[in-house]
Design a protein around this ligand. Structure first.
Ligand code: DUC
Ligand code: ZN
Ligand code: ZN
Ligand code: ZN
Length: 487
């Protein structure tokens, strides 16, 4: 007989309702929800809220990027996630010269050995050829139903409009969802060169070279291209009113588009770059950059109004040492910040405790909505009989001050340093196992995490079920010497 556990005395907070009940877990899944349930073991949830485990759909653990590799490992990153209530991370696979499947094996190998939380993958499309076309189908067969496109990082990861349009049509034919990093890469490259030429070499140049217009234009373009391809689209790290406006407008017209603000953009602003120590500013260099307060208000409004659906982190964490490669040239500072363990506590403190979000909306934007968007609901993102027993027993009375000195992340700083949060996990459960327990601080077994496969949606069009060359040969060749940013 498998071990059973009852979570007793708590209030279940789901995206759609709040109610009091016990939860019976048998093995890895939820067996029953009701009154006076009995099991071999009991977990005390008195005074606590029980919510679906968080899903962070946007991480870059150990990602090779801009000449270095993100320092957060699968082991430290997934432990950090669990300690903050997140039980599933979805990480971006970037194909190298050997293509998508080889890269997927590489990512999967690292995750399999080290991850203590469950994980899943998005595949990046960084060019367009028959090989890309063919591999996409195999990637879908391996349980990946999302493909990410970079409109920025010119000369490196960036795809042009014709390539993106072809890939979007391929997604439509495969029942996959395209994701987009929406910044106009040509404008970013031009602005970077302009500011460097003017002698502006510090980290604030990063913010100046990626203004909100650059994001708004690309967001609108991505949405229109997706609409032309007849496929829904998901915009990652939506950081500005301009991008949010493009999403709102499209949704109002019935276009299926999703927007994902990051916890960093919701709570940190551009003053982090100005009149600061070089290290402080560089540690906060990520793309898109932090914005002014008016953009934050727009993102919060979008979450409560429903025009933005998901809060993620884009966790892509580099040490201060790694950031210093960009001393004297901001375009060389590796782009990325952390937030995996702080996303839920910071969103609770700055969102729920301020009255901007209800607890149910908190569950929707940290877990349930993205589970639906990724086609893994109700295995994940729900507290229902049959669902995986991924839950956080959330104690609104537990509090702490966020600090690099006490974090699980192995990075030497924390962009939320000094934030006071109340609302923290008393317990985190991953497939029925207590993997985090407040006060105990012990690390779950690396390698216990499992791959979550995601089935495709029904195809929305047959547009690109057969290979077709792009209409004209490429006008621009990508030569390494013109790369403003090297991968
Ligand atoms: N932005 C970052 O800051 N880091 C990783 C990739 C990205 O788009
Ligand atoms: Zn594998
Ligand atoms: Zn991005
Ligand atoms: Zn990212």
């Amino acid at each position: 007989k498998t071990m059973s556990t009852v979570i007793k005395g708590g209030t279940i907070v789901a995206a759609d309702r709040t109610y009091e009940a016990d939860i019976l877990i048998e093995g890895e899944t939820i067996a029953a929800i009701g009154k006076d349930l009995k099991g071999d073991k009991t977990l005390d949830a008195e005074g606590a809220l029980i919510m679906p485990g968080g899903i962070d759909p946007h991480t870059h653990l150990e990602m090779p990027f801009m000449g270095t590799t993100a320092a957060e490992t699968w082991e430290s990153g997934t432990f950090a996630a669990l300690s903050g209530g997140t039980t599933l991370v979805v990480d971006f696979v970037i194909p190298g010269p050997d293509g998508m499947l080889a890269a997927l094996e590489d990512w999967h190998g690292k995750a399999k050995r080290q991850a203590s939380a469950d994980y899943s993958f998005h595949m990046c499309v960084t060019g367009w050829s028959k090989q890309h076309f063919d591999e996409m189908e195999k990637v879908v067969a391996r349980g990946i139903n999302t493909f990410k496109h970079f409109m920025a990082y010119k000369g490196a990861l960036m795809v042009n409009d014709d390539e993106m349009f072809a890939s979007f049509q391929r997604c439509a034919a495969l029942g996959a969802l395209p994701l987009v990093h929406a910044e106009n890469g040509d404008l970013v490259a031009a602005l970077q060169q302009k500011y460097l030429a003017e002698g502006l070499t510090g980290p604030e140049g990063h913010a100046y070279s990626r203004p909100p217009e650059v994001e708004g234009e690309a967001t609108n373009r991505a949405i229109m291209i997706a609409d032309a391809a007849g496929v829904p689209v998901y915009i990652v790290h939506t950081s500005s009113e301009q991008a949010h406006e493009a999403i709102r407008r499209a949704r109002q017209k019935g276009i299926r588009v999703f927007g994902e603000p990051l916890i960093q953009h919701l709570t940190l602003d551009e003053t982090e770059y100005f009149n600061r120590q070089w290290d402080h500013a560089a540690q906060r260099v990520m793309s898109p950059p932090f914005r002014d307060k008016s953009h934050q208000d727009s993102l919060w409004a979008g979450l409560s109004a429903g025009s933005l659906q998901v809060v993620a982190t884009d966790h892509c964490a580099f040490t201060t040492e790694q950031k210093r490669v960009g001393v004297g040239n901001f375009t060389k500072i590796p782009n990325g910040t952390g937030g995996l363990e702080d996303r839920m506590p910071v969103l609770w403190a700055k969102g729920v405790e301020t009255g901007r979000l209800t607890p149910n909306e908190f569950v929707a934007v940290t877990s349930t909505n993205i589970a639906q968007i990724l086609n893994i609901y109700p295995q994940k993102g729900a507290i229902l009989p049959g669902s995986d027993a991924d839950m956080v027993v959330w104690d609104p009375k537990l509090s702490k001050t966020i600090s690099a000195a006490t974090q699980k992340s192995i990075i030497d700083y924390n962009v939320f340093e000094g934030f006071k949060v109340s609302g923290l996990p008393r317990y985190t459960l991953s497939r029925g196992e207590v993997v985090w327990s407040e006060g105990q601080n012990s690390q779950p077994r690396p390698g216990r995490g499992k791959l979550v496969e995601r089935r495709p949606f029904p195809a929305v069009s047959k547009a690109l079920s057969q290979w077709k060359e792009l209409t004209a040969p490429r006008a621009v060749t990508r030569s390494a010497e013109h790369m403003p940013i090297g991968v």
